[in-house]
Design a protein around this ligand. Structure first.
Ligand code: PGA
Length: 669
C-alpha cells in the first residue's frame, strides 16, 4: 500500500511537524557535511511555498538521553538558514512551553528547528507520553527522515498515534521508490557489492538478494568469515564465528540458485600492533604490510583490504551491469595504505555505466574521496534503513504513516460456516478490533448465514458481504438472490466473478473436463451485469480478475486481465467505478498454498491501476482499492502489504479462523 505524501494533504496555514534526519557531522561547532540537510529541501520548500508553518525535529549523534551541548542542533539551524536564504528559528528543547510559544510565533512559510530529540531518554524508548508532547504543537506530521525510518522511536513512530494525518515527505518517497525498484524490477545484470566489517549487518541482505542479483561481490571485514567458511586460512583477520554456519548456508544457497558469489582472491594484509583500535586510531607508522593470497593469510597477519588482483576481478565483474547496489568499504579505507581497494571499487562503479545505488555513510565518504559521487544514480541518505529494506524487512517509520487509501481485508468463507458459527466467529474477533484504524473489514459468508452475521456485527467495525448475486431484482429465477435481497439481509458488499464461479470453456471437451473451479459459468459479461446491479442497489462490488496457470505460462496475464477489467466495468462512469473494489486473484494461487510472489502481484496490480487510469482518469485509479487474493496467510501478508500497489487482501482459507484473520487484518492497518 502506498503511503500518503505531502501532496495528498492540505497544508496551507497548518502547523506541520516534520521529522528529518539532520544527523550530520559537526566540526568545530559547524556542519561539516550538509548532504542530509540538502536532501530535505524539496519537501521543505514545497511546504513553505504552500504557506505551512514548519516545525522540524531530528536526532543528532548518540547523547543517550542526556543534554550534550556538543550534540546540539543549533549549528544545523544556522546552516539550514543559509541554504534556505531565510533565518530559521531554534528552540533549546523539543517539547514544553518554550516550544509551544515558538510555534505560536511562526508565520506561514516560516521554519523552526527543535533541539535534538535524543536529549530525552523517552525518544528511543518510544514513550507514549513523550510522543504526545511532541505531537501537541502541530496539526499534521510529515516524516522525511529516511535515515531514521528503521527505528521505532517516539518521533518516528510513537507520535503517529496522536497526530493525523501522518504523511511521507519527498525524500522518503524517492528513497523507497529507488530501493523498491531494486527489489522488484532491477535492470539486469544486477550486481551487488557489499563490504564493511560486520557479517551480521549484511547476511540478511545477501540472503534476500540471492533471489534477485546476478552476482554478489563481497569485500571488507565480512569477507573473511566467508573465506573461512570455505576452509581458507585467514590468519588474524576478522572472523564472526557466530555467523559461520549462516554464511555456509548462504553460500550453498547461492550455488543452488546459480548466483555468483565473488570473494577476494588476494588481500593487503598487515601485522597490526596489539591494542590498536581499527579504524579509530591513526594508521600505525611502519606497520609491516604485504599483498598475500586470500586463501593463505599467514598466522599473525590480518587482511585489511582487497588486493590488486581482486580489484581487477571486481572491476571486470561490474562491467556490463545495468544495476548495481553498493554498501560498505572493501577495507580499512580510513588508513591510507588500505584505501586502494575501496577507491578502486568506487571508480569501477563510476565507470561501469550502470545505474548505481549507494547506501551507507562509509561508502559515500569513499565516493567523495574518489571524486565520483556525482556519477552515482542514487545515494541513499540512510545506510541502515536501506539495508533493512533490502533484507525484505518493513521500516517502522514508514509503516506508521497513513495509507493513501483505506485498506481492505475481506474474508471469503466460501461454503463454510452456519449462522451459529458465524456468530461465534464475530464474538471472538470483534472485541479484538475495537481500536482498528483505516481498514475496511468484510466477512463474506454463505447466503444462509448473512442475516445472523449482519446482526452479530452490529456495533463492531465489521461489515458483511455475499459471495455472489443475480442481476435481476425479482422474477422467475429459481434459486437466485437479488441485490435488494442482499441489502435486506444486511450486506454492504458482494464478491462478483470469483474465479471459482467463472467458466472459461472453449469446447464441449473442456466443459466435460470441468472441475469445481469452473462449473458455475460466470463470465466477463455476467460479471458486468452483476456489478451494475450491485451498484444500483448500493452494494459495493468486490470484482475478481485473474489468470489460470496455462494463461500465465503463455504470457497472457496482462492482456487477459485488462480485458476482464474493461468488460467488468463496461458502461460505468468514473463515479460508479470508484465504488468498486478489484481483487487480483491468480487462479493458480487460490487455495493451493502457492502465493503469488509479492513483487509479481504488485506488478500485475500496477497494470490494473494503469488500465483504470486509461479507462477513467488518474484520480479515479488512485482512489480505487485493488486487493491481492490467493493463499494469503498471516506469514505472507506483511510482505504483500509492503508493496505500494497492494491495498489489502481477499482471503479464503485463512479467514475461517478468527485468530489468523485478525493477524491479517492487523497487517493491513
Ligand atoms: P485462499 O482463497 O486464500 O484460500 O487461497 C482466496 C479466495 O478464494 O478469495
Amino acid at each position: 500500500m502506498r503511503k500518503k505524501s505531502v501532496r495528498d494533504v492540505e497544508v496551507e496555514g497548518k502547523r506541520v511537524l516534520m521529522r528529518v534526519d539532520f544527523n550530520v557531522p559537526l566540526e568545530n561547532g559547524t556542519v561539516a557535511d550538509d548532504t542530509r540537510i540538502r536532501a530535505v529541501l524539496p519537501t521543505l520548500n514545497y511546504l513553505r511555498e504552500r504557506g505551512a508553518k514548519v516545525v522540524l525535529m531530528s536526532h543528532l549523534g548518540r547523547p543517550k538521553g542526556q543534554r550534550k551541548p556538543e550534540l546540539s542542533l543549533a549549528p544545523v539551524a544556522q546552516r539550514l538558514g543559509e541554504l534556505l536564504g531565510v533565518s530559521v528559528a531554534f528552540v533549546q528543547d523539543c517539547i514544553g512551553p518554550e516550544v509551544a510559544a515558538a510555534v505560536e510565533r511562526l508565520d506561514p512559510g516560516e521554519v523552526l528547528l527543535l533541539e535534538n530529540t535524543r536529549f530525552h531518554p523517552e525518544e528511543e524508548k518510544n514513550c507514549p507520553t513523550f510522543a504526545r508532547k511532541l505531537a501537541a504543537v502541530a496539526d499534521l506530521y510529515v516524516n522525511d527522515a529516511f535515515g531514521a525510518a528503521h527505528r521505532a522511536h517516539a518521533s518516528t513512530v510513537g507520535l503517529t498515534d496522536y497526530l493525523s494525518p501522518c504523511v511521507a515527505g519527498f525524500l522518503i518517497e524517492k528513497e523507497l521508490e529507488v530501493l523498491r525498484r531494486l527489489l522488484t524490477l532491477p535492470e539486469r545484470p544486477f550486481v551487488v557489492v557489499l563490504g564493511g566489517a560486520k557479517v551480521s549487518d549484511k547476511i540478511g541482505v545477501v540472503e534476500n538478494l540471492l533471489n534477485l542479483a546476478d552476482k554478489i561481490l563481497l569485500g571488507g571485514g565480512l569477507a573473511y568469515t566467508f573465506l573461512k567458511a570455505q576452509g581458507k586460512c585467514i590468519g588474524q583477520s576478522l572472523l564472526d564465528e557466530e555467523h559461520l554456519e549462516a554464511v555456509q548456508e548462504v553460500m550453498a544457497k547461492a550455488q543452488e540458485k546459480g548466483v555468483e558469489l565473488l570473494l577476494p582472491v588476494d588481500v593487503m594484509a598487515a601485522q597490526v600492533p596489539e591494542g590498536t583500535r581499527i579504524p579509530q586510531d591513526p594508521e600505525p607508522e611502519g606497520m609491516p604490510h604485504q599483498i598475500v593470497d586470500a586463501a593463505h593469510i599467514p598466522d599473525h597477519w590480518q587482511g585489511l583490504d582487497i588486493g590488486p588482483q581482486t580489484r581487477q576481478q571486481f572491476r571486470e565483474a561490474v562491467q556490463g551491469a545495468k544495476t548495481i547496489f553498493w554498501n560498505g568499504p572493501m577495507g580499512v579505507f580510513e588508513w591510507p595504505t588500505f584505501a586502494a581497494g575501496t577507491n578502486a571499487v568506487a571508480k569501477a562503479l563510476a565507470d561501469s555505466g550502470a545505474k548505481v545505488v549507494v547506501g551507507g555513510g562509509e561508502s559515500v565518504a569513499a565516493l567523495q574521496q574518489a571524486g565520483v559521487a556525482d556519477k552515482m544514480y542514487h545515494i541513499c541518505t540512510g545506510g541502515g534503513a536501506s539495508l533493512e529494506f533490502l533484507e525484505g524487512r518493513t521500516l517502522p517509520g514508514v509503516e506508521a504513516l497513513d495509507n493513501v487509501r483505506p485498506a481492505v481485508a475481506a474474508g471469503n468463507w466460501k461454503m463454510h460456516k452456519t449462522s451459529g458459527e458465524a456468530r461465534a466467529f464475530v464474538q471472538v474477533l470483534a472485541p479484538q478490533l475495537t481500536d482498528l484504524k483505516e481498514v475496511e473489514v468484510v466477512l463474506c459468508a454463505p447466503f444462509t448465514a448473512l442475516t445472523a452475521l449482519a446482526e452479530a456485527v452490529q456495533g463492531t467495525p465489521l461489515k458483511v458481504g455475499a459471495q455472489d448475486l443475480f442481476w435481476q431484482e425479482s422474477g422467475a429465477y429459481t434459486g437466485e438472490i437479488s441485490p435488494s435481497m442482499l441489502k435486506d439481509a444486511g450486506c454492504t458488499h458482494v464478491i462478483i466473478g470469483h474465479s471459482e464461479r467463472r467458466g472459461r470453456f472453449g469446447s464441449y471437451e473442456e466443459f466435460a473436463d470441468w472441475n469445481l473451479l469452473e462449473v458455475f459459468g460466470d463470465n466477463d459479461w455476467t460479471v458486468n451485469a452483476k456489478v451494475k446491479a450491485a451498484l444500483a442497489a448500493g452494494l459495493r462490488p468486490i470484482v475478481c480478475v485473474g489468470e489460470m496457470l496455462a494463461e500465465r505460462e503463455r504470457g497472457e496475464t496482462d492482456d487477459l486481465i485488462r480485458l476482464q477489467l474493461r468488460r467488468a466495468l463496461h458502461g460505468l462512469d468514473a463515479e460508479e467505478a470508484a465504488e468498486v473494489i478489484i481483487a487480483y486473484e491468480p487462479v493458480w494461487a487460490i487455495g493451493t498454498g502457492k502465493v503469488c510472489d509479492a513483487e509479481e502481484a504488485n506488478r500485475v496490480i500496477g497494470v490494473i491501476r494503469r488500465t483504470l487510469a486509461e479507462l477513467y482518469d488518474q484520480g479515479t485509479a488512485e482512489t480505487m482499492r485493488i486487493l491481492y487474493g490467493g493463499s494469503i496467510k498471516p506469514e505472507n501478508i506483511a510482505g504483500l502489504m509492503a508493496q505500494p500497489e497492494i491495498d489489502g487482501g481477499l482471503v479464503g482459507g485463512a479467514s475461517l479462523d478468527p485468530e489468523s484473520f485478525r493477524q491479517i487484518i492487523r497487517a493491513c492497518e
